[in-house]
Design a protein around this ligand. Sequence first.
Ligand SMILES: [Zn+2]
Ligand SMILES: [Zn+2]
Length: 262
Amino acid sequence: MQLIDTHAHLNYKAFNKDRSEVIQRCIDNNVQVLNASSQLSTSQQAVEIARAHPGQMFASVGFHPIHLDKKDYSIEDYQELITNNPEQIVAVGEIGLDYYHLESDNIDELKKRQKENFLTQLNLAQDNKLPTIIHCRDAYEDTLDILEGFSSKQEGVMHCYLGGRDIARRLISLGFYLGFTGIITFTNDEELLSVIKEVPLAKILIETDSPYLAPQPVRGKRNEPVYVKHVAEKIAQIKNTSIEEVAVTTSENARQLFRLNF
Ligand SMILES: [Zn+2]
Ligand SMILES: [Zn+2]
């Protein structure tokens, strides 16, 4: 059974000590991985990992909104990375809006900068014909406003989806997939569970967000991509189908969205 973890961070320092063992477990368990990035250094690292493991590891490059208050970045650096690594880079992300961490004294200014940077990177993705990986926390309405204003037809995934039915419908009608993490294995959010039940499997991706968000039964540990099977299992249970069906369909979805050749 093949599974594709469409959102992990093996490029982060949580994996510095045993990265090769973690990747070997992915290979042994037939789990392909898309490593998403948060700034230029982790983007470069994701590309290196993909280069060393063709057909097994893939990279997404981008500048995460939570870094905007402390750092700046140059879009040219990202363009250069994309131009030089067309085989490894399959998406732009994580990009989007995160209002959860905003400090109270400069909220309006930071929101404005997050929106501007989100748009700049949506354009980067469009210029390079790449799908997007959207990060959104406490900001679904503003995120949807920007996406709906940007283009009526887009390719991408709303990763770690935790929203309700209406937002899900709007995202799918724009062309987005919904990515679900280990949170769904322990949440009490009935509306979220009903979204999983109602959304067609053809619009669902599975992910771990490793090293974060470890699912039941490994909750509290460092997460890693092989645990994506627990997310697949939970979706199968909610949708009253087999884990094989979830594996086959979500893998096909990922191959289609990110144009993976294997
Ligand atoms: Zn995220
Ligand atoms: Zn992430």
